[in-house]
Design a protein around this ligand. Sequence first.
Ligand SMILES: [Mg+2]
Length: 245
Amino acid sequence: MDTSPLLSLVLFDMDGVLVNVSGSYRRAIEETVYFFTGKDVTPDMIQRYKNRGGFNDDWVLTHEIVGDFGMEVTLDRIVNEFQRRYRGNDWDGFIMEESPIIQTATLQELKDQGHVLGIVTGRPRDEANWALDRFGWRKFFSLLVPQEKQDDRKKPDPFPLLYALGIVRGAGLPVHAEDSVYIGDSVDDMVAARAAGMSAIGFIPSYLNPESHGKLLLDRGAHVIVTDPDMLPHTIANPGEWGKP
Ligand SMILES: [Mg+2]
């Protein structure tokens, strides 16, 4: 076991990296848009909005799409309808359709390598903790920076990542941005990691095209692309191999 890894702080985006949300958040976007507009929005259309950047918050994204379809609705009403579908009445909505992307054994391996693990997510705290408890993952993560901590400085702003770094440093670990890595699946994740001075790993979930999405994330600052979550311990332990064929 290496107790002083090159990249000591490993921060994860949650949706599309740890958790498959194609049947939950993305479905809630589709059905909320349909409720207000009667129009179908395809997964490809949602991805195009995400790829434009600035749509890290799915409520804001849904609001934008409904507006682009010509309907004027307040953000409050969007959030109400969205959450009714996503959370349901008692955590029995589309959130139940979420599944793990990463294996628990992989998180254990990263811990055993000596990394401090954390989560920086656009999710509200309750929804992040719910997923962590459901998959038995809470013990792996030393910190969580949820939506509530980010105000209007969400990714691609580096603020949530620097806030996470501040928590770790405040706990007495002498970690710097350059010893830290952020793993995310969106252009906003890559831009935020670079702006924070951290390494950026672009992760491609199985429902996205690895070639086109990998190229997009590299264009937006990814240092390396990972398509298989089982490879993360090796990739993170060997930054010297990044960018080499
Ligand atoms: Mg994501």
